[in-house]
Design a protein around this ligand. Structure first.
Ligand SMILES: Nc1ncnc2c1ncn2[C@@H]1O[C@H](COP(=O)(O)OP(=O)(O)O)[C@@H](O)[C@H]1O
Ligand SMILES: [Mg+2]
Length: 248
């Protein structure tokens, strides 16, 4: 078995605030792995630490068997891409979809850009007709599809997804989740996905880690969470708090 992401003793400190306190995590290749926990527990910080956007004070992060140093090189971003929560914030509104998709291609000097743009737009269910529209002309769901296309265009093996659908209406949310699941299967991707919604995590992920105050509380399979077979009171409270918790 190969690990896509291996994290040991990860500490992130913002000024003097310890946002992650010795976190350990292993995500297998091809797996969809969830992170849950209340707001402020360090979920986004964990994803940011992987992409080099949070100050790592100690510990190691390895991606596809390669231990990362202080900085991330271009090869890293071809392998690991992130999708953020807010489709309004993450795409420049005055840029066309084409321009947004061209940008990573230019940075990485990729030659077969035409083909990749067509494939990516097709894959996220937008098609060629959307190519020259402006981001501000799109709905929230369409924007998030563009953000997913942009993440896919470098053909990564790992997607880090930070609450990718929580800014969307429920019906659109389900569409985008199904799209992500389809893309994962087709491209054999590894997902590390944050959500505060336990139903989404159990629907999308095989295993998950529960976080609280920058620490891992416990690691569970989706079926353990669904069956309420959890060890920690904190997790039990999370289950209770997600009233009407059902499998989607
Ligand atoms: N850039 C930052 N500077 C200072 N504190 C931060 C910064 N980013 C996050 N934090 C703090 O780290 C903790 C974890 O934040 P975050 O990872 O965003 O939580 P979550 O995604 O689980 O809601 C919070 O207490 C937050 O206020
Ligand atoms: Mg967050």
């Amino acid at each position: 078995m190969t690990a896509a992401i291996t994290i040991e003793g990860l500490e992130v400190i913002f000024d003097r605030f310890r946002a992650l306190k010795g976190v350990k995590l292993e995500v297998r290749e091809g797996e969809s792995y969830g992170l849950v926990g209340e707001s402020g527990s360090g979920k986004s910080t964990l994803l940011k630490a992987i992409t080099g956007l949070a100050p790592v004070a100690a510990g190691t992060i390895a991606v596809n068997g390669k231990t990362l140093g202080k900085t991330r090189d271009k090869a890293f971003y071809r392998d690991v891409q992130m999708v953020f929560q807010d489709p309004y914030g993450s795409l420049h509104p005055r840029q066309t979809v084409d321009r947004l998709l061209q940008e990573p291609l230019a940075i990485h000097a990729i030659q077969d850009g035409e083909k990749r743009i067509e494939r990516a737009l097709d894959e996220v269910g937008l098609g060629k007709g959307f190519r020259f529209r402006y981001a501000h002309q799109l709905s929230g769901g369409q924007r998030q599809r563009v953000a997913i296309a942009r993440a896919l265009i470098l053909e990564p093996s790992i997607l880090l997804l930070d609450e990718p659908t929580s800014a969307l209406d429920a019906s659109v949310q389900a569409e985008v989740l199904n799209l992500l699941e389809e893309v994962r299967r087709r491209r054999k991707l590894t997902f590390l996905m944050v959500s505060h919604d336990l139903a989404i995590i159990t629907h999308m992920c095989e295993r998950l880690m529960v976080m609280q105050n920058g620490e891992a509380v416990e690691t569970l399979t989706a079926s353990q969470l669904i069956g309420h077979r959890v060890s920690e009171d904190y997790t039990r409270n999370l289950l209770r708090a997600s009233e009407g918790f059902v499998r989607v």
